[in-house]
Ligand binder design. Structure first.
Ligand code: ZN
Length: 246
């Protein structure tokens, strides 16, 4: 394998001398791992470190999000895939149909149940994220429970039976009381914390006054791009939407 990742929830291990982290480094840390996997077709191996692992001095942590901001294309894909597969592995150890322990399937990143022959593939949760504009202003909101230190685009899970566009219009109205038009798809990003696929949209204000859903949103408002409060750091698709990069 050419690529190696040692992960700990939202962090990844890097070498403190600035050199790339290699499969040899991974071997040295394997005794600290809870689980591991390898994917021949994507040329990587990965481990999940035990909680609160103390690293040897030649290694340190950096957030996966920071890495996303620096990597592109295939490198980003491998890292996101490693993160998502390790999370899926730890959360899917038993068959949903009969309750028997699952094992890795041969030659494919899936799990199988020996007892009832079920094969389970990793799941993706589709989510939408949207930047709403009104003339020169954009709609940003501060979440009540998570990431409450920044203002960001509105986002949410796409519910059963919905199209992505339906979810965009519903979520904006539920969280802020605003109706939108001209919903346009702009791009996507794997967000493996643990298994989201973020579908990014822009939309234009149509009608309504801001009235936030208080259990979800602490505050929301219209801001000029050059006069925004603290917003998400690079590495997320929210950053790209807000900074007009997609
Ligand atoms: Zn089964």
């Amino acid at each position: 394998m050419r690529y190696a990742f040692a992960l700990a929830k939202r962090d990844m291990v890097v070498r403190t001398d600035g050199q790339p982290f290699t499969p040899d480094d991974l071997e040295k840390l394997k005794h600290l791992a809870d689980s591991h996997l390898a994917e021949k077709e994507n040329d990587f191996c990965a481990i999940e470190l035990k909680p609160d692992t103390q690293l040897p001095p030649e290694y340190g942590f950096k957030t996966i999000r920071e890495a996303f901001a620096l990597l592109d294309g295939e490198d980003n894909y491998r890292l996101a895939r490693a993160r998502a597969l390790l999370s899926w592995h730890s959360g899917h150890r038993f068959c949903a149909r009969c309750g028997s322990p699952l094992t890795w399937a041969e030659g494919v990143s899936a799990k199988k149940c020996e007892k009832c022959d079920s094969v389970l593939f990793p799941r993706i949760e589709p989510c939408m994220i949207v930047l709403v504009s009104k003339g020169d202003e954009i709609l940003l909101a501060r979440h009540a429970q998570r990431n409450s230190d920044v203002y960001s685009c509105l986002a949410g899970f796409i519910e059963v039976g919905e199209s992505a566009e339906h979810a965009v219009a519903r979520e904006i109205f539920e969280e802020t009381g605003i109706h939108v038009k001209n919903i346009r798809y702009r791009g996507s990003q794997s967000w493996p914390f643990p298994d989201q696929l973020m579908l990014a949209f822009t939309a234009e204000y149509e009608s309504g006054e801001i009235k936030v859903q208080e259990d979800e949103i602490a505050n929301a408002g219209w801001f000029r791009r050059e006069d925004c409060p603290a917003t998400p750091k690079p590495g997320s698709i929210a950053y790209k939407l807000i900074h007009n990069e997609i």
